[in-house]
Design a protein around this ligand. Structure first.
Ligand code: ACO
Length: 377
C-alpha cells in the first residue's frame, strides 16, 4: 500500500511542532512568554495596546510610539456603515459569535487596500482589525439592547473606548484595569486551535480577514474559547457554595468535562490563572458577591483533588467578565477582542514563512470496491 496508509497518526496533533514562531511560548511547566517576555513581568505593568504593538513589531514601544499606535487604533474604531447596518439586522436569537464571525468577514469587503498583500498593507490591516473587532462586539451588544453606540473619543485610550462603547458610561478606573488585564492575558497563546486555523488559512496566501474568520469559528467551540460561557452556566447552576462538591461529583461520575479546567499543554497551573484569581477576589469583594468567589475556590479544590487538573484561563476570566457586566454569551466575543492581535501577528508571521500548511492523513478506508452503476444499486 501507499505511504498514506502506513504512517503513524499523531492524534490531535499533540506535541507536533507545525512551524516556528517568535510571538509566544507556552511552557508546559507553567509559564507563558510574549515575544521573549514572561507575562508575569508584563501583567499589571503595561497596557493592552503595548502587547498588540509587541506582537506586530516584536519589540515594546517607547512612549511616543505607544501614543501614536493607540491613537491610530482609536481612529480606526469606526465601522463601515454597511457593517453597522448588518449587525443591527441580525436576529436577536443568534449567538454573538455567529455575528462576529460574519461581520469580520464582511469587513473584508470594505478594506481600503483591496487585495494588496504587501507587508505594509497587512500591518495596517492588522491595526484595523485589532481596532474594529471590539467595535463590532460593542455595536452588537448595544443594538441588541436598543441602545445607541457612543462614538470613539480621542481623549480615551483604546481600552477605555472599548469599555465606553460597550457600557455607554465613562470608563471606570478599576474596570479599565481589569479589562486591560483580561485583554493582555487573552492576547496570544502559542499554536492553540484558533491560531493554527488562522495560520492554515494564511498559509494558502489567503487574506487576513479570511484567516481571522477561520480563527473566530474555531475559538467559538466549548473546548476552546467557548468554555468561559459554559463556566458561567455551571456557576449559575450551583445555587450555593455548599452544593459544589455534590455538583462536581455528579459531573465527574457522568464522565463529563468540567468547563474551564484542564489544558492540552500545561502540566502545571495555567500561568494566567494567578493573575485573574486575585482580581476576581477583589471584584467579588467590591461587589459583595464573595459567595461566587468562594464557589470558584471550592470547585478548584474539588476538581484538583479528584482529577489533578487545574483551572485554565477561562475559569476566572468568566467571573471577571461577569463582574464587568458582560453577559455570558458575550464572553467569547470579548476573548476575540484581544486574541485578534495574536491572530493578526501569526497571520503575518505565516506569510513570512511562506509554506503551505497541509498535513497528511492515514487512510483507513477500503480499496478495490467493485463499482455498481446507479440503476443496479
Ligand atoms: N474535566 C474533567 N476531566 C478532564 C478535563 C476537564 N475539564 N480536562 C481533562 N480531563 C481529563 C480527561 O478526561 C482525561 O482523563 P483520562 O486520562 O482519565 O481519560 C485527561 O484529563 C486528559 O484529558 P484530555 O481530554 O485528553 O486532554 P486534552 O489535551 O485533549 O484536552 C482540553 C484539553 C480540551 C482543554 C480539556 O482539558 C477540556 O475539554 N477542558 C474543558 C474545556 C475547556 O475548559 N476548554 C478551554 C481550554 S483553554 C482555551 O482554549 C482558551
Amino acid at each position: 500500500m501507499s505511504e498514506e496508509t502506513e504512517r503513524d497518526v499523531v492524534r490531535g496533533l499533540k506535541d507536533v511542532a507545525a512551524a516556528e514562531t517568535r510571538i509566544s511560548y507556552v511552557n508546559p511547566s507553567g509559564s507563558l512568554y510574549y515575544v521573549g517576555y514572561n507575562i508575569d513581568d508584563l501583567v499589571g505593568r503595561i497596557y493592552y495596546a503595548e502587547v498588540a504593538y509587541l506582537f506586530l513589531y516584536r519589540r515594546l514601544p517607547n512612549q511616543r510610539e505607544l501614543d501614536k499606535f493607540s491613537s491610530d487604533l482609536v481612529s480606526q474604531m469606526v465601522l463601515p456603515s454597511e457593517v453597522i447596518e448588518s449587525i443591527r439586522s441580525t436576529p436577536k436569537t443568534c449567538h454573538p459569535m455567529d455575528v462576529l464571525r460574519t461581520e469580520v468577514s464582511h469587513l473584508g469587503e470594505f478594506d481600503p487596500e483591496g487585495g494588496s498583500q504587501t507587508m505594509n498593507a497587512n500591518m495596517r490591516r492588522a491595526i484595523r482589525l485589532i481596532a474594529q473587532v471590539p467595535t463590532i462586539v460593542a455595536t452588537l451588544y448595544r443594538s441588541r439592547n436598543d441602545l445607541p453606540v457612543p462614538r470613539p473619543k480621542d481623549d480615551y485610550t483604546f481600552v477605555e473606548n472599548f469599555l465606553h462603547m460597550f457600557k455607554g458610561t465613562a470608563p471606570d478606573r478599576e474596570e479599565t484595569k481589569v479589562l486591560h488585564r483580561l485583554m493582555i492575558l487573552h492576547a496570544d497563546h502559542g499554536f492553540n486551535a484558533s491560531t493554527f486555523a488562522a495560520r492554515v488559512t494564511a498559509s494558502t496566501n489567503s487574506d487576513m480577514y479570511s484567516a481571522v474568520t477561520s480563527a473566530i469559528g474555531t475559538l467559538k467551540g466549548p473546548l476552546h474559547g467557548g468554555a468561559g460561557e459554559k463556566v458561567m452556566e455551571m456557576l449559575d447552576d450551583i445555587d450555593m457554595e455548599e452544593h459544589v462538591e455534590e455538583y462536581i461529583q455528579g459531573l465527574l461520575d457522568d464522565n463529563k468535562k468540567i468547563m474551564g479546567f484542564g489544558h492540552r499543554v500545561y502540566r502545571a497551573e495555567d500561568p494566567r490563572t494567578k493573575h485573574l484569581r486575585g482580581i476576581v477576589e477583589n471584584l467579588c469583594h467590591r461587589q459583595r458577591t464573595m459567595s461566587l468567589y468562594n464557589k470558584c475556590v471550592k470547585i478548584e479544590k474539588r476538581v484538583h483533588d479528584r482529577k489533578s487538573i487545574y483551572p485554565n484561563v477561562d475559569f476566572y476570566a468568566a467571573v471577571a467578565m461577569d463582574a464587568l457586566g458582560v453577559p455570558k454569551e458575550f464572553f467569547t466575543p470579548f476573548f476575540c477582542c484581544s486574541r485578534v492581535s495574536g491572530w493578526a501577528a501569526h497571520t503575518i508571521e505565516q506569510y513570512e514563512d511562506a509554506v503551505l500548511l497541509r498535513p497528511s492523513s492515514k487512510y483507513v478506508g477500503e480499496f478495490g470496491r467493485p463499482f455498481v452503476p446507479i440503476e443496479e444499486r
